[in-house]
Design a protein around this ligand. Structure first.
Ligand code: 0O2
Ligand code: 0O2
Length: 206
């Protein structure tokens, strides 16, 4: 299999989605408005990780495009939990891609403690041999959810998915703390946003 050639459209999709979603943030900034998007990252899944998933889930090589839905992945990170829902509505209203599936791990966390909202989309990308429909995953989460998930991901990687029991329990406590932080921040959201609005207005004056 020629992986480099296979991944070319995915690289294109990640780049396009990053530009588009970062553009949404820029539009809010220009209007001195609170942006529901704090930052956007993205990556193409490394071949090693694709192959790991293929063998873990017994996926036939011919089905990779359909069955591994996060080969192209972008991540939208928000300040507040409510922002996640604003972003979801904005994404639903767009007509440059089609949403195939939504997974709400925000209101229903995974057993690990993981929280995030996932959208699986079908994105049309122009290639030199015509239009290609590429499946991509958009993860939408708060800064606190992202902090937790990034650390848990590293630990999971180190222990190859077999995290020791006591560490797992600690991660659950940390997930609870991240949840409480989101709750507390939501309560003072208006204050925070007012302060940030004043800051942006002053910055835009100069
Ligand atoms: P690992 O092993 O996961 O740590 P930019 O300059 O911002 O345009 P950059 O710096 O190339 O782009 O990458 P970016 O967008 O900052 O993302 C870097 C890291 O974020 C990646 O690490 C991923 O871990 C993670 N990441 C970002 N978006 C996603 C996503 O949608 N899904 C997943 N699963 N991970 C994401 P590495 O370097 O790939 O390796
Ligand atoms: P990467 O690139 O290492 O992040 P699964 O069967 O759970 O492996 P599935 O069913 O395709 O995958 O989708 P799911 O469960 O919605 O998860 C897809 C992605 O969400 C994962 O990609 C992670 O990026 C993230 N995710 C899901 N559960 C967890 C979790 O418990 N902790 C953390 N840190 N992230 C999670 P991959 O495949 O792990 O790839």
């Amino acid at each position: 299999m020629n992986w480099e050639a296979f991944l070319v459209p995915y690289v294109q999709v990640v780049e396009e989605l990053k530009v588009k979603l970062r553009g949404m943030r820029a539009q809010y900034e220009y209007g001195s408005e609170h942006s529901p998007i704090e930052f956007v990252t993205g990556r193409v899944k490394p071949v090693r990780s694709i192959l790991d998933k293929v063998s873990r889930k017994l996926i036939p090589l011919d089905n990779i495009e359909k069955e591994i839905q996060d080969i192209a992945g972008v991540r939208v990170v928000c300040q507040f939990v409510d922002d996640i829902y604003t972003v979801i509505e904005m994404l639903r209203a767009r007509n440059d891609f089609h949403i195939i599936e939504e997974k709400d791990y925000v209101s229903k966390k995974k057993d690990s403690g993981y929280r995030s909202y996932h959208m699986i989309i079908r994105y049309p990308v122009e290639t030199i041999s015509g239009e290609k429909q590429v499946i991509a995953e958009i993860q939408i989460r708060t800064l606190a959810m992202n902090f937790w998930a990034t650390n848990e991901h590293s630990i999971n990687y180190k222990y190859e998915g077999q995290i020791p029991k006591d560490l797992k329990a600690r991660l659950k406590v940390a997930a609870e703390a991240a949840f409480n932080l989101d709750e507390e921040m939501s309560k003072i959201r208006d204050e925070v946003q007012e302060a940030q609005r004043i800051y942006r207005q002053n910055k835009n004056k100069h």
